[in-house]
Design a protein around this ligand. Structure first.
Ligand code: FAD
Length: 394
C-alpha cells in the first residue's frame, strides 16, 4: 500500500492534520493503537476551553485568530449549519453545540500572570475584553466569590469546544475526504529508504509505504520519533460537580473560568452542559507513564472541592464523574512543530503542554502547508526543535 502521508496518532492534532491533507487531495493513512476518541491520551474529557486573549504569550494570538476562523468553518462542515458571531455563538449539532461562546472569565490580581498576560494579548491584538472589579463580577454571577484585590477579565467570544463530538465528526470528515483511518492499528516501526518511508502497523499485514510521515502521537511522540526529546508526561484529573443552585453554573448563564492562585496551580472551570460544572487544576500533577495512572481518588476530589468551593460557594462536594488525562509538556510549555532532525520527510507535532486543543485546526493547516507547499505563512519560529539541546536522533 502506498500513500502520500502516514499520520501516526489520531488524537485531535493527527486527525486534524489527516483531514487537512485529505481535503487537499493527498492520499493519507491515519494510524492509532486505540479507538477515536479514547481515554489514554489527551483528546478526551468532554470539553476544552477556547480563548484568544492568551495569557500564556501574545505570539499565540495570530494562530488563535486563524484557529477561531477555522473552527467556525469546520463547524459548518461538521454539522452543515450556519454560524454567526453576532448571534452570540452557537454551532448547532443535532441539538448539541460543538463550539459554545460561553465567554471566559480570567480571575486574578491585576499584576498576576493571568490577568496581566490576558490584558497584554488583548491590547496588542485588539481582542474585545471587559475588565470587571470583584464586586461587579459577583453581581453578574452570584455563584462566584472573588476576594478583594482581584479583577475579572471577561472575553465574551471565548468559549468551550465539545471534544467527543468534534473527534467523531472529524473522523467522519477524514473518511469522507478519502483518508484511510485505522483506529486499533498503531505504528509499530518505520524506516527511511530511497523511496521515502516504509512502515509497519500492528494488525496490518502489508508494509505501508509513503512519501512522508507525521508523528502526532502525544505522550508517545519521542519514542516513535526515536529522539531524546525533553517531553514530560504529567497526570491530570478533572471532576464534575453539581451545584446546590440547580443550573446556577449552567453554560447558558455562566462562563468558563481560569483562576490565578499565584504560586499554586491555576484552577479552571467549564460551565455545566448537563453533567455538572467541570473543575481541575492546571499542572501540579505527578509525572509518569499514562498507562500507569491511578483513577481519581476521594482525596483528590476533596482537595479540588475544598479549593474550588472558596470561589464557587454553590458547589456540592460529591463528584458526579471524574477521569484522568495526560499533559505532554515541553520545558517552556510551547509546542513542537518541526521536521525530524534526521529527515525532512518526517514532521513532528507535539502541541500539548495542556493548552493545545483550541489550536487544532491551525496546527492541521500548518502541517498540511509544510508537507504540501514546503512552508507556511504562520509564524512557527517559537516551536522549533533546535531550542532543545538534547533533540538529537538516537
Ligand atoms: C485534562 C486536560 C485538559 C485540557 N484542557 C485544555 C483546554 O481547556 N484547552 C486547550 O486548548 N487544550 C487543553 N488541553 C490540551 C489538549 O487536550 C491537548 O493539547 C491535545 O488533546 C493534544 O492532542 P494530541 O493529538 O497531540 O495528543 P493525543 O490526544 O494524546 O493523541 C495522540 C495519539 O497518538 C496515539 N499513539 C500512541 N502511540 C501510537 C503509535 N505507536 N502509533 C500511532 N498512534 C499512536 C495515541 O493513542 C493518541 O490517540 C487539555 C488536556 C488535558 C489532558
Amino acid at each position: 500500500m502506498r500513500y502520500d502521508v502516514i499520520v501516526a496518532g489520531l488524537g485531535i492534532h493527527g486527525l486534524m492534520t489527516a483531514y487537512m491533507l485529505a481535503r487537499r487531495g493527498l492520499k493519507v493513512i491515519g494510524l492509532d493503537p486505540y479507538p477515536v476518541p479514547h481515554a489514554h491520551g489527551s483528546s478526551h474529557g468532554q470539553t476544552r476551553v477556547h480563548r484568544r486573549a492568551y495569557f500564556e504569550a501574545p505570539f499565540y494570538v495570530p494562530l488563535l485568530k486563524r484557529a477561531d476562523d477555522l473552527w467556525v468553518e469546520l463547524s459548518r462542515e461538521m454539522v452543515g449549519t450556519s454560524f454567526s458571531l453576532e448571534e452570540g455563538a452557537r454551532v448547532q449539532a443535532g441539538g448539541g453545540a460543538l463550539l459554545s461562546r460561553t465567554g471566559v472569565l480570567v480571575i486574578g490580581r491585576d499584576d498576576g500572570r493571568l490577568a496581566s498576560g490576558a490584558l497584554a494579548s488583548a491590547e496588542q491584538y485588539r481582542i474585545h475584553v471587559k475588565v470587571l472589579q470583584a464586586a461587579e463580577a459577583m453581581q453578574l454571577w452570584p455563584g462566584l466569590s472573588i476576594p478583594e484585590g482581584h479583577i475579572a477579565i471577561l472575553e465574551p467570544l471565548a468559549g468551550v469546544l465539545q471534544v467527543e463530538p468534534v473527534m467523531h465528526r472529524l473522523l467522519q470528515l477524514c473518511e469522507d475526504s478519502g483518508a484511510v483511518c485505522c483506529p486499533g492499528a498503531g505504528l509499530d516501526r518505520w524506516q527511511l529508504d530511497d523511496n521515502g518511508i516504509t512502515a509497519r502497523a500492528v494488525g496490518i499485514e502489508e508494509v505501508i509505504e509513503a512519501d512522508r510521515l507525521v508523528i502526532a502521537a502525544g505522550a508517545w511522540t519521542a519514542g516513535l520519533a526515536g529522539l531524546d526529546l525533553p517531553l514530560r508526561t504529567e497526570r491530570q484529573y478533572q471532576v464534575q460537580f453539581s451545584s446546590r443552585n440547580g443550573s446556577g453554573y449552567g453554560a447558558g448563564i455562566f462562563p468558563a473560568l481560569a483562576i490565578d492562585r499565584g504560586a499554586e496551580p491555576m484552577l479552571y472551570g467549564i460551565p455545566d452542559f448537563g453533567n455538572g460544572i467541570k473543575l481541575a487544576f492546571h499542572h501540579g500533577g505527578q509525572l509518569g507513564d499514562p498507562h500507569d495512572y491511578p483513577a481519581v481518588s476521594d482525596n483528590e476530589v476533596r482537595e479540588l472541592h475544598g479549593v474550588a468551593s472558596k470561589w464557587l460557594p454553590w458547589l456540592l462536594p460529591e463528584a458526579r464523574a471524574s477521569w484522568t488525562c495526560v499533559y505532554t509538556n515541553t520545558p517552556d510549555e510551547h509546542f513542537i512543530i518541526d521536521r525530524h532532525p534526521a529527515t525532512e520527510r518526517v514532521l513532528l507535532l507535539s502541541c500539548c503542554s495542556g493548552h493545545g486543543y483550541k489550536f487544532a485546526p491551525v496546527i492541521g493547516e500548518i502541517a498540511s502547508q509544510l508537507l504540501v507547499d514546503g512552508g507556511t505563512q504562520h509564524d512557527i519560529s517559537q516551536f522549533r526543535l533546535s531550542r532543545f539541546t538534547g533533540a538529537v536522533a538516537r
